[in-house]
Ligand binder design. Structure first.
Ligand SMILES: NC(=O)c1ccc[n+]([C@@H]2O[C@H](COP(=O)([O-])OP(=O)(O)OC[C@H]3O[C@@H](n4cnc5c(N)ncnc54)[C@H](OP(=O)(O)O)[C@@H]3O)[C@@H](O)[C@H]2O)c1
Length: 354
């Protein structure tokens, strides 16, 4: 059941086919200036989508790559402080651990009735960014990287996003800003899902630690080592345990878990179901619960911020060890055999959306 603004009974907004909910949300914010601070992965995609949706966008960037890229795409770019002074909605499209220092620079010029926008709830939940109690805060967290946000929008679609408003004012400036922002980046064409800063932050951190980044790395590394120790050629081990992940991920994305298990061969399905039960041990679940607990009670945040304050030695050391590993050399060789890959170890992907 959908209300006139596209809301379903569960509170998730899904755009009616005529696009009326997004148009109404954008129209209700006509005349407002959206300042996007930073022009990296999310900043570029958000700014380009918002501009193409007819909204007034101004970029706040320090001199450097983002500043250059924004100017090349025809945006007006100002220093973050000058830009923030002009924002009705100020979107923090800068790394989470930098929010506090940028807020320290800009807070004196930010209007009392301006809305602060976040793409991830980390800095608000960690308390590193402390806005005035009357300042509306909104979260619009797209569920995907900037390049995908831009690509889906250009195809006429969008990415789902979690959203919420905190400490809104009586004029509901926060709610209007969040809905216009979400509509402008195309999120309503997919699904705009109600959340809270805490829930978005917790689930995002947990998902990347347990599965998307930490879990996948651990599985690949352990399986690769076992095969190579047993005498398998490292390149073959890498193809089997890492490179082919893409096909399975695509199946999962398109068809869901049971569709993926139906699409694989009968040997893969039989062995896969049996192995999943053996890998999914009480010890694994206990590790997952510990990760979640440490996110919830702030231990992860404390460690992350302390590491960042010391110049991020932990991820730097881990990256250096990974680059020097046999897994990485096997990867470089294997990627040189496959189309559409970055050649060479450590080559950075082009995250610039079109
Ligand atoms: N990437 C994702 O998949 C994703 C998905 C959902 C949400 N998010 C959230 O989106 C936000 C931005 O992340 P991102 O991945 O888009 O970051 P990013 O690609 O690393 O881009 C960061 C931008 O911030 C600028 N910047 C960094 N430090 C700054 C400072 N002290 N002052 C001014 N500008 C500064 C950088 O400028 P230079 O160009 O000069 O380096 C760059 O333009 C984060 O809150 C993140 O959690 C990201």
């Amino acid at each position: 059941m959908r209300a006139h603004d596209g809301s379903t009974s569960a509170g998730t907004v899904i755009e009616p086919p005529d696009g009326s909910a997004a148009r109404a949300a954008i129209e209700a914010y006509r005349g407002a200036t959206i300042v996007v601070l930073g022009f990296g992965s999310q900043g570029a995609a958000n700014a380009l989508n918002l501009r193409d949706s007819g909204m007034a966008v101004l970029i706040g960037a320090r001199p450097g790559r983002g500043d250059h890229a924004a100017r090349a795409r025809g945006f007006e770019v100002l220093d973050p402080v000058e830009a923030a002074a002009r924002g009705d909605l100020i979107v923090f499209a800068i790394p989470d651990e930098r929010h506090a220092e940028v807020w320290a620079d800009i807070h004196a010029v930010v209007r009392q009735d301006a809305v602060l926008g976040f793409l991830h709830g980390f800095s608000v939940c960690a308390g590193t960014l402390r806005p005035a109690p009357a300042q509306p805060l909104v979260l619009v967290a797209p569920k995907g990287p900037g390049a995908a946000l831009r690509a889906r929008y250009c195809e006429g679609g969008g990415l789902p996003a979690l959203w919420c408003v905190r400490q809104d004012d009586p004029q509901e400036r926060g709610r209007r800003a969040a809905r216009a922002w979400a509509a402008g980046i195309g999120a309503m064409r997919a699904a705009l899902i109600p959340s809270t800063f805490e829930a978005e932050t917790e689930t995002d951190l947990f998902g990347e630690q347990a599965v998307l980044v930490g879990g996948v790395l651990a599985l690949i590394r352990a399986a690769f080592d076992v095969l190579v120790d047993a005498g398998t050629d490292p390149a073959v081990a890498y193809i089997e345990c890492a490179q082919e992940l893409r096909q399975v991920a695509d199946l999962l994305y398109a068809r869901g878990p049971s569709g993926m298990m139906e699409a694989v061969s009968s040997t893969a399905a039989y062995g896969g179901f049996a192995a999943a039960d053996r890998i999914d041990t009480p010890a694994l679940r206990s590790t997952f619960r510990a990760l979640l607990e440490e996110i919830r009670d702030g231990r992860f945040t404390g460690r992350f911020l302390a590491d960042g304050a010391a110049g991020a030695p932990a991820p730097q050391a881990a990256r250096a060890a990974l680059r020097a590993s046999s897994l990485e050399s096997a990867s470089a060789l294997v990627r040189s055999w496959f189309p559409g890959t970055d050649r060479g170890p450590g080559a950075a992907a082009d995250i610039d959306p079109p």
